[in-house]
Design a protein around this ligand. Structure first.
Ligand code: HEC
Length: 270
């Protein structure tokens, strides 16, 4: 049996995909209605089929992936780092199709997308890794957990075998934004951008997001992955972080409140 069928079969048997769709977010909720090609249709058209086969990582391999991610930060920055930590080991463990997958795909996402300080590039790389290994629907549910982890934990956690700088502090970003996350950490550490400390910190954060994604993919392989994090989009009627006052102050703008009427458009397929 192919890994895709195995995972889908196991997961839907436990009803976990259903619960993922229930809480993960707008795309996870509606993905069933989107016009994805079936695996058979896609391979007939010569396309590689998601998900790629996944083989569980041992604890030592997860640590190695963290070290690869950290070291690769210095070759292609954060997004490449988080993605390549997993893919390099999957190339070795599984081989094709990872061997022909270009891990440089998300390099542009460094610095919160080409240096614009938006979503931290590690989360884009980690999301691609999750989607490669689990498909679009479960990949998003896994990424949603990873984004929550990123925004709520004191980072960085991972201590690499070959650090480029000694770090004193960890900080909680309260946000998936590169700008806020690196800014709050630099302020606490007392260093500037492109200091050895900041660069090593971002390499370690890439390792943290790569490793968290692999831990969740391992749980999925064991059928224990169950999404716990609710994407903020539905509660807030706008894609957002939950800490509205941090940017808006006490006067949080209201949306029109006309949320949700367009979802039906996704069902028709045209
Ligand atoms: C990271 C900072 C940040 C956070 C956190 C944030 N916002 Fe915003 N939000 C902005 C910025 C910047 C704008 C654009 C403001 C403008 O154009 O004047 C904006 C615009 C908006 C708008 C569009 C209407 C308007 O007046 O501009 C709404 C509605 C909104 N935010 C709601 C929210 C809600 C609700 C939350 C919390 C769930 C939230 N925001 C959290 C930064 C943020």
């Amino acid at each position: 049996m192919e890994t895709k069928e195995l995972l889908d079969g196991q997961v839907s048997r436990r009803g976990l995909i259903k619960s993922a769709a229930g809480i993960a977010g707008v795309a996870a909720l509606t993905m069933g209605g989107l016009g994805f090609l079936s695996g058979a249709e896609a391979s007939k058209k010569g396309s590689a089929v998601l998900p790629f086969p996944y083989k569980k990582f041992t604890a030592a391999e997860i640590k190695e992936a963290g070290n690869i991610a950290h070291d690769n930060w210095f070759k292609g920055f954060c997004s490449f780092a988080a993605l390549s930590g997993g893919v390099e080991i999957l190339r070795r463990k599984v081989g094709k199709p990872y061997t022909s997958f270009p891990m440089e795909l998300t390099t542009f996402a460094h610095g919160g997308t080409s240096g614009w300080g938006c979503t931290c590039g590690t989360l884009i790389g980690a999301g691609v890794l999750a989607t490669l290994c689990a498909g679009p629907k479960t990949g998003e549910a896994i990424n949603n957990e990873v984004v929550n982890f990123y925004a709520t934990e004191a980072l960085p956690i991972f201590v690499p075998d070959h650090p480029r700088a000694d770090l004193k502090t960890q900080s909680v970003s309260n946000s998936p934004l590169c700008h806020l996350s690196v800014g709050k950490w630099m302020k606490k550490e007392g260093v500037g951008f492109l200091s050895p400390q900041q660069m090593d910190r971002c390499g370690r954060v890439a390792a943290d997001m790569c490793m968290k994604t692999l831990e969740l993919l391992n749980l999925l392989a064991d059928v224990y992955f169950e999404p716990k994090t609710k994407a903020p989009v539905f509660a807030n009627e706008i894609p957002s972080q939950n800490n509205c006052t941090e940017c808006h102050g006490p006067d949080i703008p209201k949306t029109s409140g006309k949320f949700g009427t367009g979802l039906d458009l996704l069902k028709g397929g045209h």
